[in-house]
Design a binder for this molecule. Structure first.
Ligand code: LLP
Length: 420
């Protein structure tokens, strides 16, 4: 459930008409609902109640906006980070260093050292050499740092190939059959305290079966590790729960995950860790845009909106669907293509879709844009970086400025030898 609903014929974010945000901030603009974020954070947490010790780490990559992280920090969430930049944000938002998990297949030695200096709670190792480097850095600081080994369970997540991470040939984790010997070698290093294993098989999963297949393998691995005398007291089960992009999409509920995890992890006797991203933030945000033109086309008209692939990359990157709705729907419908102003055919949000009838100047939204939306934006075509707004009841605030093309340009330099 979200708080972007029609009231008296126009779309609101909580108690704020989206029109008022467009008037004040301009378009395109991302709009987040604090109440929706809080609701999703609560529902996810409640779905896992009864599992014993549970640690929740919001996947910062899904939405790293400081205000968003602040809302989640207040809901008791830590962070799952994959870069030094995400670490800075999570700490700035008030997340405790010990509640932060450092994931990522390409953590640099500099980032590992930054994480140690900040007191990050857990490092999820992606391969053995990384463990040796982390151990040396930690030992040099007189530290013994908590770590898990990320395993690749070779399970097909059944999602888009670009966001699947758990097949044997994907770049993530270590092959599960090599994990026991590697774990033992890592556990013997002076700077590491090996706590357990981690896995994440992909994102936007439409049901929990692939997760179950992966967790069953993790359970067997934990038993094997313990049988060889290794200590295991944590299992990081990653993120991946899908959300509804189309109203009719199948989407697992957090309670489906909770019930499955309760069944599969019975007797594991570990702290369970989760790294949800999309399920928390996805439907807590929309991209508000304005129709620039409705241009006649050969099969259908082109609705040209002022948002583009640089603002919301998912359709161009993954062929992803984002539901389009007029802010003041007339009740009329039309069949149209929806595209942005960027000079690429890939800058197309939909082809031949039945949508609310719109005309030049109308406001509209793309739904389910709160995760992997603004964070993946760029300034391609020298467009400004899209701003972000958070709504809280009847008030709203700009939580990220629109960065103008001039500001971006001002970070560039023309060398002396090109001056004349
Ligand atoms: N943990 C790890 C180690 C991850 O790699 C990810 C996402 C998550 C947690 C959070 O997954 P979630 O709960 O959000 O599914 N840009 C793509 C999604 C990339 C996901 C990358 N990893 C998209 O727009 O669909």
């Amino acid at each position: 459930m979200d708080h972007f609903q029609l009231r008296g014929g126009e779309l609101y974010a909580e108690d704020v008409p989206l029109r008022a945000i467009a008037d004040a901030v301009g378009t395109p603009v991302y709009v987040y609902s604090r109440a929706t974020l809080e609701r999703h954070a609560r529902v996810f947490r409640e779905a896992l109640e009864g599992l014993g010790r549970v640690h929740l780490a919001f996947a910062v990559k899904a939405n790293p906006n400081l205000a968003v992280l602040k809302v989640l920090a207040r809901q008791g969430y830590g962070a799952d980070i994959v870069s030094g930049g995400e670490m800075v944000r999570a700490l700035a938002a008030g997340m405790r260093a010990e509640d932060i998990v450092f994931s990522g297949v390409g953590k640099t030695p500099v980032e590992l050292a930054q994480g140690l200096d900040a007191g990050i709670g857990q490092f999820n190792l992606e391969h053995e050499e990384e463990g040796h480097v982390l151990s040396a850095l930690a030992a040099a600081r007189g530290q013994r740092v908590s770590a898990t080994l990320r395993v690749n369970p070779d399970v097909d997540a059944g999602t888009h190939e670009k966001i699947s991470t758990g097949k044997a040939d994907n770049k993530f984790g270590v092959p599960i059959d090599q994990a026991p010997a590697m774990y033992a070698r890592l556990a013997a290093l002076p700077g590491l305290r090996m706590r357990g294993v981690a896995c994440h098989i992909g994102s936007q999963l439409s049901n929990v079966d692939p997760l179950e297949a992966a967790y069953v393998k993790i359970g067997r691995l934990i038993t094997e590790l313990r049988s060889t005398g290794q200590a295991v007291d944590r299992a990081d089960l990653g993120g991946g729960l899908g959300v509804r992009y189309r109203p009719e999409d199948p989407a697992p509920w957090p309670t489906d995950l909770g019930a499955m995890v309760a069944r599969v992890t019975k007797g594991w006797d570990v702290e369970l860790m989760f790294e949800p991203g999309r399920v928390i933030a996805g439907n807590a945000g929309v991209l508000l845009t304005k129709v620039i033109w409705v241009k006649p086309g050969v099969t259908h008209p082109y609705v040209i909106v002022d948002a583009a692939m640089n603002d919301l990359a998912r359709p161009a990157l993954y062929g992803a669907y984002h539901h389009f709705e007029a802010v003041r729907p007339s009740g009329e419908r039309m069949k149209a293509h929806i595209a942005g102003p960027v000079c690429e055919t890939g800058d197309t949000f939909a082809m031949g879709r039945e949508i609310d009838a719109v005309k030049s100047g109308d406001l509209a939204i793309f739904r389910t844009a709160g995760a992997y939306g603004a964070t993946m934006a760029s300034t391609y075509n020298s467009r400004p970086l899209v701003p972000e707004v958070m709504v809280d009841g009847d008030r709203f605030a700009v939580v990220a400025d629109r960065i103008s093309a001039e500001t971006v340009m001002n970070a560039e330099r023309v060398p002396d030898w090109l001056q004349n």
